[in-house]
Design a protein around this ligand. Sequence first.
Ligand code: HEM
Length: 180
Amino acid sequence: MLRWGSLLFHFGLLAVLAGHIAGLLVPVSVYRYLGVSDEAYHMAAVSGGLPAGVATLAGALILLYRRMTVPRIRSTSSAGDRVALVMLAIVLITGLTATTLNAVNHTDFDYRTTINPWLRGLIVFRPDPDLMRTVPIAFKIHILTTFVLYLVFPFTRLVHALSLPLGYLKRSYVVYRRRG
Ligand code: HEM
């Protein structure tokens, strides 16, 4: 369970985050300059993003199931370990729901001209709330759930991501636990 859950989760998440950087931090003008049509962009975003999101969610659910059902893992898990996985699953489900609804409803909504500049403004502490006015509720819920994830992030094992743990590719995990 650890092998499948961890591989699906981590490699899926890397793909999801790469897609978020391409869609949310790269300004739409860059795509227009490169001659990438809106249709081609959205086709690539959905056909790459959805499978990556599903793989990440499957991994997170396997890891959560393992944590809840394997007696040894269950008894050594902290509340933070469980909260981290539950929050990740919620964020992944809200992201997948927003993407699916947007694709199925064929709306004209383009997050590259709304959420994208709003997020870039937020990063430099100058967000323009007007940009979020026309954003469908599903995306707003997704973004709000990610804020809760960032809130719990420093107090859970998720913080290991900040150490860029590339060593894990070559050796087994070392888990640090509270004494006793
Ligand atoms: C403020 C931060 C975030 C914003 C503004 C944001 C926004 C978005 C947007 C606009 C989409 C639609 C993409 C598309 O339809 O092509 C999306 C999808 C998605 N998001 Fe986020 N997101 C954020 C953070 C996260 C995080 C931290 C995760 C995972 C831990 C995540 C997981 C997903 C997933 C799984 C999807 C669905 C498919 C995909 O694009 O991979 N998001 N998000």
